[in-house]
Design a binder for this molecule. Structure first.
Ligand code: GAR
Length: 198
């Protein structure tokens, strides 16, 4: 089978990226991870990628004068790796519309909430403050609106009595890994397609 070439963007630990790397080893998984790129040179996930024989690259956003210059370097790197899809996995940079438009329908993100609830940061704190009984994670296509693109798949967890942001985050992270593996499979195999608004 022809696998879709996927670059994974990270900023830190990279546990979702690791789940994708492990899943993509299966011969019948429709994606291969061709690069792991971090905007933070010290991201722990880069070492995992290197140890697993995957090209790993740091593109330090602080080395660029503005978002556009950083994104131009990122775009060039994605082209160099001949990425067909981009999977943001704990990638903590806001992307400009110019960049998201270039990758529209080909860039995914995992967000730790049941979108459209709790866009942005501190999602677990927000769910607790709301006394939500359900929380979870979503994988969506990246659009110009932060955490606002078409949802591909979601997974829910219960919020338990006595939960802290940490216990809730850990419960959500457990379902994020299989969720992202499934969502990338759906997109890479063509089973889920991006709906253009035109
Ligand atoms: C994950 O919980 C992911 O959903 C979240 O960051 C964590 C990264 O963990 N992403 C966002 O908050 C994006 N706004 P990981 O580095 O272990 O995959």
């Amino acid at each position: 089978m022809t696998k879709q070439r996927v670059a994974v963007l990270i900023s830190g630990r990279g546990s979702n990226m690791q789940a994708l790397v492990r899943a993509a080893r299966a011969p019948d998984y429709p994606a291969e991870i061709v690069a792991v790129i971090s905007n933070r040179p010290g991201a722990a996930g880069l070492a995992f990628a290197r140890d697993n024989g995957i090209p790993a690259e740091a593109i330090d956003h602080k080395a660029y004068p503005d978002r556009e210059a950083f994104e131009a370097a990122l775009h060039q790197s994605l082209l160099r790796h001949r990425a067909e899809l981009v999977a943001c996995a704990g990638f903590m940079r806001i992307l400009t519309p110019g960049f998201t438009r270039r990758w529209a329908g080909r860039m995914l993100n995992i967000h730790p909430s049941l979108l459209p609830a709790y866009k942005g940061l501190h999602t677990h704190e927000q769910a607790l403050a709301d006394k939500a009984t359900r929380h979870g994670a979503s994988v969506h296509f990246v659009s110009e609106e932060l955490d606002g693109g078409q949802v591909i798949a979601q997974a829910a967890v219960p919020v338990m009595e006595g939960d802290t942001a940490e216990t809730l985050a850990a419960r959500v992270l457990n379902v994020e890994h299989p969720l992202y593996v499934k969502a990338l499979e759906l997109v890479a195999s063509g089973k889920v397609q991006f709906k253009t608004s035109s």
